[in-house]
Design a protein around this ligand. Structure first.
Ligand code: PGA
Length: 264
């Protein structure tokens, strides 16, 4: 979509669905058959889906008449090509129809052992290939209970941004996804989200300078149609990254249509 070209501020809010390891090509086609009937193009927002990579081309075809809906991949590897069995390069994702990629999702960090430095390398490789990285950060419950939210999420952000040339830092998105809220049904309160997003925004000002307000910061973790508007109304929440509820066309159509909230 034209609003997502690198260097162009995205339309807010940004409503993104992360399908994780759900929906092969046939299920993806079926989803969009239903979703596109429920959700009409809206110029006042950015809508993105992150299907499994094997479904990307089927999604791109299913959305041929819907340039308002963008696609991304859930992960990339930082090398351009080579003997890296099972991995996907950023340029391949672009070729298959992706405009965005998640990097450092909590499941990549916690299930697959990705380090903060790996996330930076992936973000840099994405930008070099013209793919917009969504840098995901978030603390575990243990870290929250120990009062370490700021330390953890700012370390994750700082390490990722350190891998990027200062001139390209504004071309990213950030997602705050507290690990304890992902897939648990327990979302962060709007106040918790605002506090974390405020810290991230401040740090972005340090790293990205005057362009920092253009970096969208998405909240993710148990977003549902019932809590989407309240979370989006929180200060510095520019969008939502939705897992489970993005698998159901009716639920995600409601979330994607949530009322625009003026950016604070
Ligand atoms: P959830 O997942 O909405 O199912 O909690 C969010 C995410 O992991 O991106």
């Amino acid at each position: 979509m034209s609003s997502s070209a690198p260097g162009t501020p995205l339309q807010r809010p940004v409503l993104a669905g992360n399908w994780k390891m759900h929906k092969g090509p046939a299920a993806a086609r079926e989803f969009f058959g239903d979703f596109c009937e429920r959700f009409s193009p809206r110029p006042d927002r950015t809508v993105i889906f992150f299907p499994p990579a094997v479904s990307l081309e089927a999604c791109a075809r299913a959305l041929a008449e819907r340039p308002d809906i963008a696609l991304g991949v859930q992960n990339i590897f930082w090398e351009k090509e080579g003997a890296f069995t099972g991995e996907i390069a950023a340029a391949m994702a672009v070729d298959a129809g992706a405009t965005y990629t998640l990097v450092g999702h909590s499941e990549r960090r916690h299930v697959f052992g990705e380090a903060d430095e790996d996330v930076g390398r992936k973000a840099a490789a994405a930008l070099a290939a013209g793919l917009l990285p969504v840098i995901c950060v978030g603390e575990t419950l243990e870290e929250r209970q120990a009062g370490r939210v700021a330390e953890v999420i700012l370390r994750q952000l700082d390490t990722a941004l350190a891998a990027l040339d200062p001139t390209v830092r504004p071309g990213i998105l950030v997602a705050y996804e507290p690990v304890w809220a992902i897939g648990t049904g327990v979302n962060a309160t709007p106040a918790d989200a605002a506090a974390a997003h405020g810290l991230l925004r401040q740090r972005l000002e340090h790293h990205a300078g005057p362009a920092a307000p253009h970096v969208p910061i998405l909240y993710g973790g148990s977003v549902k149609p019932a809590n989407a508007a309240a979370l989006l109304a929180a200060a510095d929440v520019d969008g939502l990254l939705v897992g489970g509820a993005s698998l159901r066309p009716d639920d995600f159509a409601r979330i994607a249509a949530v009322s625009p909230i003026p950016h604070s």
